[in-house]
Design a protein around this ligand. Structure first.
Ligand code: CA
Length: 229
C-alpha cells in the first residue's frame, strides 16, 4: 500500500477517471474534487500529501485554488493544464505550484512526476537544516559558500552562486524566469530574461553540464528546474 494521499482536482470526467484508475492500480489513496471550492475544502479537511490540479475549473481559476491553499499549506501541487493555457501555467507556478503537466499527458509521465514528488519529500525530511547539499555529482557547502562538482571545486561569481543555491533549495520545483530574476536581481524587467540565460549558460559550463544534462532542466518560455538525480 502506498502511503501517499493524493487529491485529484479535475472537472473533466474522462480525465478524472483516467487519473484515478492509474492511482488505484498503483495503490495510491486518492480523493476526488470536481471544483475549486471542493478542492480547497478537501485539502483543509483531509491534508493530502499531493494535489493534482486542473487549471480550468468550473467555479474558479486553478491559480486561485493554489493561492488559497498556500495561505496555510506547503503541500506539493502539480498543475495539469491544456497547452493553450501557457500563461496560466506560469501564473500557477508563480502562485506556488511545484510542477506542471500539459494535456494530453501519458499516465506513465504522471506517475513519474508523482514518484519524483515522493522522493523529494523523503529527501527533504532527511536533509532539512543540513548545511551541505548534494545531488548527483554536485555538492554545495552553504556554510563555506563553496561548490564542488565531481570532487572538483567550482569557482562561481556571486550571482551564479545565488542562482545555483536558489535552484538547489527548490529542487524538483519549476522556477519561472520572473521568480528567479526577482530573487536574484530584485526586479523583473523583461530584458533580464536574457541576462538570466547568460548566467545560466555560464553556470552550466562551469559545472561541466551540457544543455542536455539532467541536473538543470530548461523549460522553454517558462523557467528552470533542478532535478533530483
Ligand atoms: Ca477543466
Amino acid at each position: 500500500m502506498n502511503e501517499m494521499k493524493i487529491l485529484v482536482t479535475e472537472d473533466d470526467r474522462p480525465i478524472m477517471n483516467l487519473i484515478c484508475t492509474a492511482l488505484k492500480i498503483h495503490e495510491y489513496t486518492y480523493l476526488e474534487a470536481a471544483s475549486g471550492r471542493e478542492a480547497i475544502s478537501l485539502c483543509a479537511s483531509h491534508h493530502p500529501d499531493l494535489i493534482l490540479l486542473d487549471l480550468g475549473l468550473p467555479d474558479m481559476d486553478g491559480t486561485e485554488v493554489i493561492r488559497t491553499v498556500r495561505q496555510w499549506s506547503q503541500v506539493p501541487i502539480i498543475v495539469i493544464s491544456a497547452r493553450w493555457e501557457d500563461n496560466d501555467k506560469i501564473e500557477a507556478l508563480d502562485s506556488g505550484a511545484d510542477d506542471y503537466l500539459t494535456k494530453p499527458f501519458s499516465v506513465d509521465e504522471l506517475l513519474a512526476r508523482i514518484r519524483s514528488v515522493q522522493r523529494r519529500m523523503q529527501y527533504k525530511d532527511s536533509t532539512d537544516g543540513q548545511s551541505v547539499f548534494t545531488n548527483g555529482d554536485l555538492k554545495i557547502d552553504y556554510a563555506a559558500g563553496t561548490v564542488y562538482c565531481r570532487e572538483q571545486e567550482v569557482h562561481l561569481t556571486p550571482n551564479e552562486y545565488k542562482l545555483l543555491c536558489l535552484l538547489a533549495k527548490n529542487t524538483g520545483k519549476v522556477l519561472t524566469h520572473t521568480f528567479i530574476i526577482d530573487r536574484i536581481w530584485g526586479n523583473s524587467l523583461e530584458t533580464d530574461i536574457i541576462s538570466l540565460r547568460v548566467y545560466m549558460n555560464s553556470l552550466r559550463k562551469k559545472l561541466g553540464l551540457s544543455g542536455s544534462d539532467a541536473l538543470i532542466r530548461t523549460h522553454i518560455g517558462i523557467g528552470y528546474q533542478m532535478i533530483r538525480v
